[in-house]
Write a protein that binds this ligand. Sequence first.
Ligand code: ATP
Length: 204
Amino acid sequence: MSLLVGLTGGIGSGKTLAASFFKELGAYIIDADQLSRNLVRPGQTALNEIVEYFGQDILDDKGNLNRGKLAKIVFQNSKEKAVLENILHPKIFKKEQEEFLKICAHDASAIVIIDAALLIESGNYKHVNKVIVVRSNEESQIQRILSRNDFSFDEVKTRMNNQMSLDNKIEYADFILDNDLQQADLRKRVEELYPKLLSISKTR
Ligand code: ATP
């Protein structure tokens, strides 16, 4: 039978890299971040709801969501963050379920992995069969994100402080993937874990 697995961990912990290794082994990947970006494209209900609450100023001059501006608002105010999450999370769950069913329709024994930074915080861990947490030390996380050059040091710190602590996330984990060493080590750990997921899917 198919198996739906949530893959999470802190910012820059190596979720996407781990997902790419699972993909090489035959798993299907659903990228929650990509789904959420698609949901806020112009014309989408979610964007209309965001504009209704946060105002037209949240759009840039081309009518696209100004993600940086929105991030600044929600990271400074937990009430605003909750409003945004209430708009987005149910729609993301729905899309994930739709994608999962689509995959299962053509592969009844699919291992489907949702790469989702906020799997636990959003409550979506309740909708998956197993949870994997990628564990990495804070220093590596910061260095990796900074070398990717999409955030400043302060932005990385703010995002880290806004996520649930790693220790807390681990309480929800069925499996932990350590990613403190080289990429090849993470690949090896993924290769060790994948057969376990396959055997769980067969006994379901
Ligand atoms: P985000 O939370 O931003 O989505 P993520 O958890 O998905 O991040 P990745 O994108 O997989 O993390 O990794 C962050 C960066 O660090 C990427 O450029 C990735 O190639 C690199 N990276 C991940 N693991 C390692 C490692 N063990 N050694 C060296 N670089 C790594």
